[in-house]
Design a protein around this ligand. Structure first.
Ligand SMILES: [Zn+2]
Length: 371
């Protein structure tokens, strides 16, 4: 497979073009990441430190590696009186739950779960099963995410409401610019900006394209699936409008540079954080059960996963070498069979069924995507 000679993006990556030296357009147009700096973070934190009713801030804790570091830094380094909050949409892995409990214990702070109610989780799992069976009958590279990752889109809003109700003036989250999968909507022909945000025009395009994809598959003709689509689209467009006012929102890694080595060394040694329990070297996204299956599907169809995109950014930012990235990809692309089989069982699909569907679809895709 042809890959960029500077990063490792492959020829199947949406929108990719190579120059005469084999360097891709994403490298050629790359602007180094900028952060606001620690002073900016301190400016915001100092407004709220020791001033909250009971807590100065709410830190979103997923069980994954990045929010773990954020919580550690906010509590230990920046001395904020923090409440950790986990939004559970029914897909948090046992490893994620274990990490959350352990970290909260070690830091000695309060923690709450914001949970989707059981009936909603049951319905959304039922919908995922229906959509996935439909997808297998009529696979499409650009609907893998909305089919498999159908968590409750209102949880973030619920977190805001929780903060409002409990008079917590500041929310801190740990998303960052490295770990984004622009290729997932890129297969629809729509790319977000560097921070993963879409313009309103692009949001309309994405929503309409998803709608067309769903309508194009009669398996999806269920009222509950249509409702799910409407809720997701509404949140996608109007969340910022309906959010309660007067709560400040900080993305930690907008201020402090994200560095994988530092993140991991701190959380391993200070928080007893653990990666996935099966034999994988992956430390990213171990907190969400849908990702091993999505990565498996993308890898079978187009020969790369979200790891290739992340490592390519890390190469451009000088955090790893190209050789190291290729080596890690080889490891990370190994299917994580234990969680995959478990998820397939829940979806009532055998691996043979999945592999046959993917093999047939891959042949059709070749003409369109693989250059
Ligand atoms: Zn490149």
């Amino acid at each position: 497979m042809k890959r960029c000679t500077r990063c490792i993006l492959p020829g199947t990556f949406p929108g990719i073009e190579f120059d005469e030296n084999g360097v891709c357009n994403y490298c050629l147009n790359y602007e180094p990441m900028k952060v606001l700096g620690e002073r900016e973070l301190e400016r915001v934190l100092s407004k709220y430190r020791d001033k909250g009713d009971k807590y100065d801030c709410l830190v979103q804790l997923s069980g994954g590696r990045d929010s773990a570091l954020v919580l550690h830094q906010i509590v230990k380094k920046y001395k904020m009186n923090a409440l950790a909050v986990t939004c559970d949409f029914g897909a948090i892995t046992p490893e994620g739950i274990r990490n959350i409990k352990r970290m909260v214990d070690i830091l000695g702070i309060d923690h709450v779960w914001i949970r989707q109610d059981r009936e909603k989780i049951r319905q959304s799992k039922e919908n995922t099963k229906t959509k996935f069976h439909g997808w297998l009958k009529k696979p499409a590279i650009n609907t893998i995410v909305p089919v498999l990752n159908s968590g409750d889109k209102t949880l973030e809003l619920q977190m805001y409401n929780y903060a409002k109700k409990n008079k917590i003036p500041l929310i801190i989250v740990g998303s960052n610019s490295f770990e984004q999968e622009h290729f997932k909507t890129g297969f629809l022909g729509v790319f977000p900006d560097d921070r993963g945000e879409y313009s309103t025009y692009d949001k309309v395009r994405i929503s309409l394209k998803f709608l067309m994809c769903f309508l194009g598959n009669s398996y999806n003709y269920r009222l509950s699936i249509f409702k799910e689509y409407i809720v997701a689209a509404t949140v996608f467009f109007f969340e910022s409008v309906v959010r309660p006012k007067g709560i400040e929102y900080v993305v930690f890694y907008d201020c402090i540079p994200w560095n994988e080595k530092e993140v991991l060394s701190t959380i391993y040694t200070q928080l007893d954080w653990k990666g996935a329990s099966d034999d994988t070297t992956v430390t990213w996204r171990i907190d969400d059960a849908a990702y091993p299956l999505m990565n498996y599907i993308y890898y079978k169809l187009v020969g790369f996963t979200e790891h290739d995109e992340m490592y390519s950014r890390m190469i451009r930012e000088g955090q790893i070498t190209r050789e190291e990235a290729l080596e890690r990809c080889m490891q990370d692309h190994k299917p994580r069979l234990a969680p995959i089989m478990e998820f397939l069982k829940e979806l009532n699909v055998t691996k043979e069924q999945l592999d046959t569907a993917l093999e047939n679809y891959r042949e059709k895709l070749q003409d369109h995507i693989v250059k």
